[in-house]
Design a protein. Structure first.
Length: 490
């Protein structure tokens, strides 16, 4: 069949001239390649009827070799003077829409898996808190002794700590961690890690660092950013078992409106781009689709947890950044991580004054924790250290107890996630009554970013579950010994 007319938009999108589209067969062979025969058969069937038809979505190859997805609809426009029937085809380029839909589905999948992972980690952290805490107390009682009992307890302690690291990675993926972000220059941070990275990747991999000329100030949790960099470098090392080259590169990039519109969840603006590039074995397309899924790994059983890259994904996402991966088999892989650029003010690293005082005391503490096992353990640790502890089982009971005003407390220890009333609600109520009150919030995870921001913005001390006996006692003593801030009403 003959092509009688194509509009300028068709020519612009395909890149083919009007002369290259004289007949249907020639155009079909250009655009559909090996699928041309089946497409031609479909076009022939269009002329069997007069009703409008939506043929569906087809993949079309443009003149420059790009693949586009077109939604075709056709309708009859009558019979030509020579008796030939004619059709008009209307095409909608849905390539960008399909890409965004795929990105949305992927984001929704990661969100659902993240919620599941965060919930599991929360419950598991409460269980681990008991294992670690009671093993810690038992080992403290056996100090200076040797024997099978102590060896067994030490193995329990080591195993529980390994499990705690797994839950920490799950929380990173699920974006439920409490962050302590500050402004840092990416180009100043990386040099401090190079020696550690070189030791980690080994001598048979050549490490190259290429920073941008200008500072790249970003607002991140420094520890979490270091985790991102190290995880990506370990992943690169594993992709180069016979050695190779690992390049760390930074630069400033601009995300414009077009890029933002075509990439779900990516905002316009200036970004610091960190590239981690290896010359390893590369990945196929199916592997690339799954690399950020938790517990997905291409390593042998027992060689990895499959949480390294999912941890990276979670940390970057929680910092309002994004990550892309480019890879070719036998050519290598490039991970490109993007963080929003801030102003050029860099915060200095604050170091806490170490105290020589024993982490013991006799102050009064109100403990609000809904998990009975964690509550019992925490009270036991604090009571053994001399503190006078009053325990309540949920947020509502805590508020009621505070409201009665029968006792004054030196410190409120409150779980973030509790039924009836959250730790935040309890803290707000307590501080309205006692503006200078000291508070320690604890949790296996934060339920949302608002809670994390609340803790940071209000300068509330926080301790993550599972914590050790020493961590808790040191934290409590540090808070109690800190100078009181003047009340806002003064």
């Amino acid at each position: 069949g003959e092509i009688l007319f194509v509009n300028p938009a068709w020519i612009e999108i395909t890149g083919y001239s009007r002369e290259a589209m004289k007949d249907i067969r020639g155009w079909t062979e250009l655009a559909y390649g090996e699928n041309a025969i089946s497409v031609l058969e479909g076009i022939e069937h269009l002329f069997d009827g007069d009703d409008p038809v939506n043929e569906g979505i087809f993949e079309v190859t443009t003149r420059d070799g790009k693949k586009r997805h077109w939604d075709f609809s056709s309708a009859s426009v009558g019979v030509l003077p020579d008796g030939r029937r004619s059709k008009i085809s209307i095409v909608v380029d849905v390539t960008d829409r399909l890409a965004l839909e795929h990105q949305l589905r992927q984001a929704q999948k990661m969100e659902i898996v993240g919620q599941l992972a965060g919930g599991v980690a929360h419950d598991f952290n409460n269980i681990l808190q008991g294992l670690l805490g009671y093993a810690d107390i038992a080992l403290d009682n056996l100090e200076g002794e040797e024997g099978l009992l102590k060896e067994c307890l030490e193995e329990i302690d080591r195993g529980a700590n390994r499990a705690a690291q797994l839950t920490k990675q799950l929380l990173a993926f699920s974006r439920k961690q409490v962050l302590e972000p500050k402004r840092i220059d990416l180009n100043e941070l990386i040099p401090n890690l190079l020696k550690m990275i070189q030791r980690t990747i080994g001598e048979d991999i050549h490490l190259v660092y290429s920073p941008s000329a200008e500072p790249l100030v970003i607002h991140v949790d420094e520890t979490q950013l270091e985790q991102v960099i190290l995880n990506l470098c370990v992943n690169a090392r594993d992709a180069m078992p016979a050695g190779g080259k690992l390049t760390l590169q930074t630069e400033s990039v601009t995300v414009d409106e077009d890029y933002s519109d075509s990439h779900f969840g990516v905002a316009e603006g200036e970004y610091a781009q960190l590239s981690v590039i290896d010359t390893g074995m590369g990945m196929d397309s199916e592997t690339k689709k799954r690399i950020f899924d938790p517990f997905f790994t291409t390593k042998e059983v027992g060689k990895g947890t499959g949480l390294g890259l999912s941890t990276v994904y979670g940390i970057v996402s929680q910092h309002s950044g994004f990550i892309h991966v480019y890879s070719e088999i036998e050519e290598g892989t490039a991970f490109k991580v993007y963080f929003p650029i801030m102003d050029s003010v860099v915060e200095t690293k604050r170091t806490e004054q170490s105290t020589e005082q024993s982490p013991h005391g006799d102050e009064r503490i109100l403990l609000a924790e809904d998990d009975s096992g964690v509550r019992s353990l925490t009270k036991r640790i604090l009571s053994r250290a001399g503190y006078r502890v009053t325990e309540v089982t949920d947020g509502e009971e805590a508020v009621s107890f505070i409201d009665q005003g029968k006792e004054r407390f030196d410190l409120l220890i409150v779980d973030v996630v509790m039924p009836k009333k959250s730790g935040r609600e309890v803290t707000d109520f307590y501080r309205r009554r006692h503006p200078n009150a000291k508070v320690l919030m604890m949790s296996g995870y934060t339920s949302n970013q608002v809670t994390s921001s609340y803790i940071k913005e209000n300068g509330i001390p926080f301790i993550s579950k599972p914590f050790s006996r020493k961590m808790l006692l040191t934290k409590v003593r540090h808070i109690l010994d800190a100078r009181e801030k003047p009340s806002g009403d003064a």
